[in-house]
Design a protein around this ligand. Structure first.
Ligand code: NAP
Length: 481
């Protein structure tokens, strides 16, 4: 088992310097409940200082060539590789993410910054055929992509390193400056990033990390006139508030989901069951594209459920820092209580819990529910816990209706051997991404990623985020002059 060491007290990172805050709050391990460190609760003045530092750093950032921005990102990649184990330990410690899954997050973070380093050199504009319009003759028109200015990045607890990378990476590639407000439960990954980026050659003030309450610090960033864009990943409730409070700023929202997979009658159960169980319970189901709803053709339903339970019961429950652990604690006691209440509601309304359904400390045992109606919270809300609902369907058409019967629309999957059926389904699913012959829980870091409906607006995946973080400027040269 690894032993992560963390400074007893953290500092804010403003204008390239570590600054002691006026107020602190303890950070506890979600698993052991032991105090990990003390975290600054930034005041409005400290938040203001961070924003002002980012404003002042715009000039230095704009001076950097694409090559230089790319070099900073490649330096960061190398530093992450050198500090690989420490990075994984920090994630495991603050988020109770099983260490194997935390290492996978570090691998992806490295990849994300590599894509960002490459993208810095790909900020293409285009030439515009102005003479296609009457009055446009003898004019050369071209566009270029320019940085927006200060970007406010607000991030969730569940991927404290890689989801930060999806904001910081493209912001640097585009030449913006950043004020980063990480989730209160997982600030250590962001402080660690600030340390590495400073060493990687980032100009002072170009990245500022400011911790504290979302309602105070987050809201100040969202409403500040000098912040030009908010890139937010988190819950739909907070996302909606941000959209209302951000005024005319550009806003990208990566929100929640109750993702589903359709399992058609010709599916070989043994080939998909392990992947489905992994999609449902990886990081305790606290993944925005966790598999929450499974619609299985009635011909193979009983066999599917039986194997799903068998496979679920093989998972190892325990300490996140233990290499053998598959499932550990939920992020908070409140989330354990909420999940148990939703399970109880399901039982009271006639659903059956076939495995799990109870908690050991802050660990909710992986839970499989059958016969659950679509109105139950475990079906129609985002559970964000190790709970999966498996229901039979008589056809793929019915399954599509069930999947679409949701406020959310992030990703969905279908297993079938019939390619025409798969294409038919992909046209009809109301989601941002369709996975054919896979669960919805698939993401690599260069693909366009984002949702429809209440799952959000805008796309991440470095190339796509870069476009959102840049302003298109048109230049017209009048050769008639
Ligand atoms: P959350 O409670 O919405 O918090 C996200 C961030 O917003 C935190 O930094 C939080 O700060 C901050 N915040 C809270 N209230 C705010 C306000 N009024 N103004 C500005 N910022 C505010 O989400 P979470 O529980 O950390 O993360 C889980 C959610 O994220 C799930 O719904 C999940 O689906 C979603 N998610 C989506 C994606 C995606 O790409 N679509 C990926 C991962 C996660 P505090 O921590 O200080 O409250």
């Amino acid at each position: 088992m690894v032993q992560a060491k963390v400074e007893a007290e953290q500092k804010l990172f403003i204008n390239g310097e570590w600054r002691k805050a006026k107020e602190y709050t303890p950070l506890y391990s979600p698993y052991s409940r032991e105090e990990i460190s003390k975290i600054p609760m930034a005041s409005l003045q400290e938040t203001e200082d961070a924003i002002e530092a980012a404003v002042q750093a715009q000039a230095a950032m704009r001076k950097l060539t694409a090559y230089e921005r790319s070099e900073i990102l490649y330096n960061l990649v190398n530093l992450l590789k050198q500090n690989y184990d420490r990075a994984a330990e920090i994630i495991a410690l603050e988020a109770a993410k099983p260490i194997g899954t935390a290492k996978a997050e570090v691998d992806r973070t490295i990849q994300t910054y590599k894509f960002a380093a490459q993208e810095a050199g790909q900020l293409f504009g285009e030439t515009i055929p102005l003479d296609a319009a009457p009055g446009g003759q003898n004019r050369l028109g071209y566009t270029k992509l320019e940085p927006l200015g200060v970007i406010g990045a607000i991030t969730p607890f569940n991927f404290p390193m890689n989801l930060v990378a999806h904001k910081v990476g493209p912001a640097i590639a585009t030449g913006n400056t950043i004020v980063l407000k990480p989730a209160s439960q997982t600030p250590l990954s962001s402080f660690f990033l600030a340390e590495l980026l400073h060493e990687a050659g980032m100009p002072a003030g170009a990245l500022n990390v400011i911790t504290g309450s979302g309602r105070v610090v987050g809201d100040h960033i969202v409403t500040h006139e000098k912040v030009k864009m908010i890139t937010f990943t988190g819950s739909p409730e907070v996302g909606k508030q941000i959209r209302e409070r951000a005024g005319l700023k550009r806003v990208t929202l990566e929100l929640g989901s109750n993702s589903a997979v359709i399992v058609d009658k010709d599916t070989e159960i043994d080939r998909v069951i392990g992947r489905c169980v992994q999609g449902a319970f990886s990081f305790q189901g606290q993944v925005c594209i966790s598999l929450q709803r499974v619609y299985v053709h009635e011909n193979i339903y009983d066999a599917f459920v039986e194997k799903f339970i068998q496979e679920t019961n093989k998972l190892t429950i325990g300490d996140p820092l233990d290499e053998k652990t598959d499932v550990s604690a939920l992020i908070s006691k409140g989330d354990v209580d909420r999940a148990l209440a939703w399970i109880n509601e399901a039982k009271e309304q006639g659903a059956t819990v076939v495995t799990g359904g109870k908690a050991e400390g802050n660990i909710l045992l992986p839970t499989v529910i059958v016969n659950a109606s679509s109105q139950l919270k475990v079906s129609c809300q985002e559970v964000f816990a190790p709970i999966v609902v498996i229901n039979p369907v008589s056809s793929v058409e019915q399954a599509v209706e069930e999947v679409n019967d949701s406020r959310f629309g992030l990703q969905a999957g279908i297993y079938t051997r019939d390619i025409q059926k798969a294409m038919w389904v992909s046209d009809r699913l109301e989601v941002g991404g369709v996975m054919i012959n896979d669960i919805p829980t698939f993401r690599v870091d260069n693909m366009p990623y984002g949702g429809v409906k209440e799952s959000g607006t805008g796309r991440e995946g470095i190339k796509y985020a870069v476009r959102e973080m840049a302003e298109t400027k048109l230049v017209v040269v009048n050769n008639n002059y």
